[in-house]
Design a binder for this molecule. Structure first.
Ligand SMILES: [Zn+2]
Length: 175
């Protein structure tokens, strides 16, 4: 089974006014939706991750408070949510660290679905995308990263992460 993993497409990251919004972040919404449509056409599984913090999470010593569980900021952006609604192979994963595997059921879910190939998109390229792709590669899963459907607030770190995923982790990077 192939799966599309959509990383942290939440209001606090990609919606203007969000707690960790950065200029241009909303540009990934359209390409991510294209990937979602494509995945649905191919009957691939779709997994969204959401940063999902307690109000006093220790991560807030590093970052301004964001994606507090059950708040608007932690919700998936509206146009994407609409496309996912009702799809029978859609799964949501809540996480409180950069890697979507840490303290979540993602490992179990991928094994249950016999996922061997994954397409990855979302934000932020050098944080949650990179650390999740590393874990996917540790498990021997083929990874295709869709660069146009990723974004970062720092273009150097974006390029660094793309290179790391391609040259060090052996992911395929498509423009
Ligand atoms: Zn966070």
């Amino acid at each position: 089974m192939r799966a599309l993993i959509v990383i942290d497409m939440q209001n606090d990251f990609v919606q203007q006014g969000g707690a960790l919004y950065f200029t241009g972040a909303e540009r990934v919404i359209a390409p991510v939706i294209d990937l979602v449509k494509n995945a649905i056409d191919n009957s691939d599984a779709i997994i969204t991750t959401q940063d999902w913090h307690d109000i006093d999470d220790v991560e807030f010593t590093l970052w301004p408070r964001h994606c507090v569980k059950n708040t608007i900021g932690a919700q998936i952006v509206e146009p994407l949510k609409t496309h996912l609604a009702g799809y029978e192979k859609y799964f949501a994963v809540h996480k409180n660290r950069y890697s979507a595997f840490y303290g979540t059921n993602l490992d179990e879910l991928l094994r249950k679905l016999s996922v061997k190939q994954v397409d990855v998109c979302g934000v932020v390229t050098h944080i949650c995308v990179l650390f999740t792709v590393e874990e996917l590669r540790n498990r021997g899963i083929d990874v295709r990263v869709h660069e146009k459907a990723t974004a970062s607030y720092d273009s150097d770190l974006h390029r660094f992460a793309i290179r790391m995923m391609k040259e060090i982790l052996g992911a395929e990077v498509v423009p």
